[in-house]
Ligand binder design. Structure first.
Ligand code: ACM
Length: 713
C-alpha cells in the first residue's frame, strides 16, 4: 500500500526521489489504512462522566453513580406548573425518547416529589414578557436515585432541560445520565443571534429550526433584521406598499411573525425586531418615495454595500409615518427593545439636498451625524410613547444621546466601552460576525468584557452580552445552517459560561458533539454539504469529493465581497457553487492541527499519531482520480478542478515529511523549499475557497531536518 502511494506521489511530483527508509513497518501501516483512524481511545470506566456540555455550566460537580434512561421514566412537576412548562418538558422528553430509543413518558404529571425518579420544581412563571432580567438560573441534581431540576422560572427550567439532554451518555449497550450536581446561571443576560432576512429571505420553517438550535445552546435573543436596501420583509397593513413594492414577494405575514414570536417565547427566546433607519432604507422608498431625501425613483437594491437612499429627517410627515408604522409593529413584537439600526448612513443625499442643508443651518446641526442624532431623538420619542426601549448600532452613539438608548457595537469594542462609560447599556457584535467565515476559536476568544477592561464595576454591568451576526449577502435558506452552526455555539458558550472556560481544544471537542446533536433538531450544517456535493456531481458516489471538501473552506467575507463587487454579483445569483457547499471552519481544520501538534511532540515514538496522519494523507492522494472524474462531468464542480491534484500533492508532502520525522533521517538539502513551494501554490484561493489544512502541514515540513542543517537550532 505504502509503495503504491509513494509511486503515485512520485508520478505526481514528476520525480524519482523516494524517502530513504520505510516510514513505518508495513503491517502497522496497512492496519491503519484499513481499520480507519488509529486515534487512541481513552479507556474510561463504563459509566464515567464525559463532559459534552455546551455551554459549560457555571458550577459542575461530578458525583458517584448514574441513572439509566429507562422505559416509563416520567417527569413529576411538584410546584409551579403552566402550559409553557409542560410543553418544554414534553419537547425534552420527546428528544430523549428519539435520541435513546427508550420509551420514556413524554407528558409531565403533577404530584409530590415522593420517590419519583425525575422531579421538576419551578418557583413561578417568570416574566409575562420575557425581559433582559429574566431569571435563567437552575440547579440540576442527578444521582443514581433520580433527577431533580429546580429553577426559579419556567425559562430557567428550560435551560436545565437542555443541559440534561446534553448529559445523556451510553456505555455501548444502554443510555444513562451520569451523576452530577450543577448550579448554573448565565454570565451575560443578552445572548443573541442576529438574522438578516433582507438580503436573502429565510423561510419561516428555517427560522424555527434556528430557534430550536438557539434554545439548545442557551441563546436567548433572536434579533430579526427585517428591512434593508435589498428587501422589506415584514407585512404592514397600514403601509401595504412596503412589502408589495419593496419585497419581491418574499416577506413575513403578520400571522407568521406572531407565530415566530410565540415559537421563540415557548423556548425562552426573545424576539427583537430591527427596522434599519434612516439609511439602508431603499426598499421602504420604492412604495413610499415621500420618505426619501432625494427624488427617486427608487428600486430594491440587488447589489451589496452602502447605498445613498436615506429617510428625510426634516419633514414632520416622516415621523408621522414612523409613528403609525411603529404603532403597528409593537402589536406584533412584545419585547421591550426595538432596534432602529442606524448604521452606515453615508449622508450623501442629505448633503446634496438644499432644503435639508437649510434645515441643518436653522437648527444648528453641524454635519450629517448631528442630523442623524436629531432623527434618533425624534424616533426615540415615538418609541418611548409605545413603552419601548431603543437600541441601535454604534453609529447612534452621539453626544447627548439619552442614557436609556442601548448600543450594539459592530465597529469595535471601543464603542461599547464608551457607551458603558456614558451610561448606556450595550451588547457586543464586533468580533462575532459569522459571515466573516472565521473559525470558532476566533469568536471564542472575543470577550464582551475583556480581561484588560478598565471599566468600573457599574460600567461593566451595563454590558449586557453580545450577539452573533448572520448577514445574508451570500447566504440563503439552504446554506444558512452551515454559516451559523456550529460556530454560533462557541459564541453561545462565551456569553453563557464563566470567563475561565476558555480551553480551545476542549471547546472544539464539545463543539463537534454539539454539531451532531444540532442536526437532530432539523438543522443541516453537516448534511447540506454532502447534499450539495451530490447535487453538483449528479451521483450518490461522492466519497472523493467529501475527502476534498473536508480540507477546504470558503474564503473570508472580505474576499468574497471584493469578488462580488468586481463581478457585479446580485442578490439573484444562485448560491449553489463549490464555495456555498463548503463549511466554514470544517472540523478537520482544528483536528489536523491537534494531530500534528501531538505527533510533533515525539515523532519517532508516536506510532499511533503517525498512522493516523498517514491514513489522512493517503486519503488525500487516493481521492484525486475519483474527484477529478466527477469534476470533469459537472460544470459547477469544474470551478474547483485544480484542487484534487493539489490535495494529492499535499498528501505526498505529508507522507514524505512523516517518513523523515518518524525515522529521524534527514532530507536532502533543498527538500523543504520544494515542499513549501507546493504548499504555497495551494494557498491561492480558487473559486472563492481555500485549503484549511496548510498551516499544520507547513509545521510538519518545517520540523524535518535537512542534510547539513544543525539539529539543535
Ligand atoms: C453593520 O454591520 N452595518 C451593522
Amino acid at each position: 500500500m505504502l509503495k503504491r502511494l509513494r509511486n503515485v506521489c512520485k508520478v505526481l511530483r514528476g520525480e524519482s526521489v523516494t524517502p530513504r527508509r520505510s516510514v513505518v513497518a508495513g503491517a502497522l501501516l496497512l492496519a491503519a489504512l484499513t481499520a480507519g483512524s488509529a486515534m487512541a481511545q481513552g479507556s474510561d470506566s463504563q459509566f464515567a462522566f464525559k463532559n459534552n456540555l455546551m455551554p459549560e455550566p457555571a458550577h459542575l460537580q461530578v458525583g458517584e453513580g448514574h441513572l439509566l434512561v429507562q422505559p416509563g421514566l416520567t417527569v413529576t412537576v411538584d410546584r409551579f406548573d403552566n402550559a409553557r412548562l409542560d410543553a418544554a418538558i414534553h419537547r425534552a422528553m420527546e428528544r430523549l425518547k428519539e435520541e435513546t430509543g427508550v420509551e420514556v413518558a413524554t407528558a409531565a404529571v403533577r404530584g409530590t416529589s415522593g420517590d419519583a425518579a425525575f422531579v421538576v420544581s419551578v418557583d413561578g412563571a417568570g416574566e409575562a414578557v420575557q425581559g433582559v432580567n429574566e431569571n435563567e438560573s437552575y440547579q440540576l441534581d442527578v444521582t443514581s436515585q433520580g433527577i431533580h431540576l429546580h429553577a426559579a422560572t419556567v425559562v430557567g427550567a428550560m435551560r436545565g432541560l437542555q443541559t440534561l439532554l446534553q448529559l445523556v451518555q451510553n456505555d455501548g449497550t444502554q443510555y444513562f445520565f451520569p451523576a452530577v450536581k450543577i448550579e448554573d446561571a448565565p454570565r451575560f443576560p443578552w445572548r443573541g443571534l442576529m438574522l438578516d432576512c433582507s438580503r436573502h429571505f429565510v423561510p419561516v420553517t428555517k427560522i424555527k429550526q434556528i430557534i430550536r438550535g438557539m434554545a439548545a445552546v442557551k441563546l436567548n435573543v433572536l434579533h430579526w433584521h427585517l428591512s434593508d436596501d435589498q428587501g422589506f420583509r415584514m407585512q404592514s397593513k397600514v403601509f401595504p406598499l412596503l412589502t408589495k413594492d419593496g419585497s419581491n414577494g418574499e416577506f413575513y405575514t403578520q400571522a407568521q411573525a406572531r407565530e415566530i414570536v410565540k415559537y421563540a417565547r415557548a423556548r425562552g427566546i426573545r424576539v427583537v425586531p430591527e427596522f434599519d433607519m434612516p439609511g439602508h432604507t431603499s426598499s421602504w422608498m420604492v412604495g413610499y418615495p415621500e420618505l426619501a431625501s432625494a427624488k427617486g425613483p427608487f428600486h430594491i437594491q440587488d447589489r451589496f454595500g452602502v447605498f445613498d437612499p436615506v429617510m428625510d429627517p426634516t419633514r414632520a410627515s416622516t415621523y408621522r409615518f414612523l409613528d403609525k408604522f411603529i404603532g403597528e409593529m409593537v402589536t406584533i413584537f412584545p419585547d421591550e427593545y426595538f432596534h432602529i439600526g442606524g448604521d452606515e448612513n453615508n449622508g450623501v443625499e442629505w448633503r446634496h439636498n438644499a432644503r435639508i442643508q437649510a434645515f441643518m443651518r436653522t437648527h444648528g446641526l453641524k454635519g450629517t451625524a448631528a442630523l442623524q442624532a436629531y432623527f434618533n431623538r425624534r424616533v426615540l420619542k415615538i418609541l418611548t410613547k409605545y413603552h419601548k426601549r431603543m437600541i441601535g448600532w454604534d453609529e447612534v452613539l452621539t453626544p447627548g444621546l439619552p442614557e436609556s438608548v442601548s448600543i450594539q457595537s459592530w465597529r469595535g469594542y471601543k464603542s461599547l466601552a464608551k457607551a458603558a462609560q456614558e451610561g448606556h447599556d450595550g451588547i457586543l457584535s464586533s468580533g462575532y460576525y459569522l459571515d466573516h467565515m472565521s473559525p470558532a476559536s476566533a469568536y471564542y476568544a472575543v470577550n464582551p468584557i475583556p480581561a484588560s477592561s478598565t471599566l468600573t464595576a457599574a460600567q461593566k454591568k451595563r454590558i449586557l452580552g453580545g450577539e452573533a451576526c448572520m448577514w445574508n449577502e451570500y447566504v440563503d435558506g439552504k446554506t444558512i445552517d452551515s454559516r451559523i452552526w456550529p460556530r454560533a455555539a462557541a459564541i453561545a458558550e462565551r456569553l453563557w459560561s464563566p470567563e475561565s472556560v476558555n480551553n480551545v481544544n476542549d471547546m472544539y471537542r464539545r463543539l463537534h458533539v454539539e454539531s451532531v446533536r444540532l442536526e437532530t433538531l432539523g438543522l443541516t450544517q453537516i448534511s447540506q454539504e454532502w447534499a450539495s456535493l451530490r447535487m453538483m456531481a449528479g451521483t450518490e458516489q461522492i466519497a472523493p469529493l467529501r475527502v476534498l471538501a473536508a480540507t477546504m473552506e470558503p474564503v473570508s467575507w472580505g474576499e468574497r465581497a471584493h469578488y462580488s463587487t468586481e463581478h457585479k454579483i446580485t442578490t439573484h445569483a444562485p448560491l449553489d457553487h463549490w464555495v456555498d457547499a463548503l463549511r466554514p471552519d470544517p472540523p478537520l481544520r482544528h483536528d489536523f492541527e491537534v494531530m500534528v501538534d501531538a505527533y510533533l511532540q515525539a515523532p519517532r515514538a508516536d506510532q499511533a499519531g503517525e498512522m493516523a496522519l498517514t491514513h489522512l494523507f493517503a486519503s488525500w492522494v487516493q481521492a484525486e482520480p475519483g474527484a477529478q472524474q466527477l469534476m470533469k462531468h459537472s460544470p459547477l464542480l469544474a470551478e474547483a478542478e485544480a484542487r484534487p491534484g493539489q490535495l494529492a500533492q499535499l498528501g505526498c508532502v505529508g507522507i514524505a515529511a512523516l517518513g523523515y520525522l518518524s525515522s529521524g533521517e534527514t532530507a536532502p538539502a533543498g527538500w523543504k523549499a520544494e515542499q513549501l513551494q507546493v504548499i504555497a501554490a495551494a494557498k491561492k484561493p480558487v473559486a472563492l475557497t481555500q485549503f484549511a489544512v496548510l498551516t499544520p502541514l507547513e509545521k510538519l515540513v518545517e520540523a524535518v531536518l535537512e542534510d547539513g542543517a544543525s539539529s539543535d537550532k
